[in-house]
Ligand binder design. Structure first.
Ligand code: CMP
Length: 140
């Protein structure tokens, strides 16, 4: 099944000029960017995006970090894109991420973990609509 998922290259990775290297990994994996932009979130916009984590102890720090610099948001399309992107990213904590995964290669800390990816089709729908309107990301 062809799916779409939202990928974010986080401020730690954009700050280290690793966006190109990460995009190359998506393309090599057959996860095709169908919409993409570089944005800088306000803290309130980061809080809206991560509302599901509102009760977590790391919520404030996560939202401060995600609004600390530019991010690249990408709609990726491909066969089983949601799961394949999560496999490519690796575990949330870079220290536990598999060899060859994006978070192992580019992340440095559980919060500064280089990339984000939608974790289900419902989440992907919300997250894609958070960043892209119908002109930028037409229905497939
Ligand atoms: P992400 O995939 O963007 O989804 C939520 C983020 O919260 C996650 O990546 C991590 O960056 C962060 N996160 C998850 N668990 C923790 C934790 N225990 N401590 C700090 N940050 C966390």
């Amino acid at each position: 099944m062809i799916e779409r998922t939202l990928a974010i290259i986080k401020p730690d990775a954009t700050g280290r000029h690793q966006s190109g290297a990460i995009l190359q990994r998506y393309e090599q994996a057959g996860l095709v960017p169908v919409a993409m932009k570089l944005v800088r979130l306000t803290k309130a916009q980061a809080e809206g995006f991560y509302y599901i984590h509102k009760q977590r102890p790391f919520f404030d720090s996560l939202c401060s970090f995600m609004s600390s610099g530019p991010i690249v948001v990408i709609a990726l399309e491909g066969e089983q894109a949601i799961k394949r992107h999560r496999d490519l990213m690796g575990a949330t904590d870079p220290a536990k991420a598999a060899e060859g995964s994006l978070r192992k290669a580019f992340g440095t800390h559980i919060e500064h973990n280089a990339v984000h990816g939608s974790d289900s089709s419902e989440t992907a729908q919300f997250e894609l609509a958070y960043f892209f309107n119908a002109l930028e990301l037409p229905q497939p």
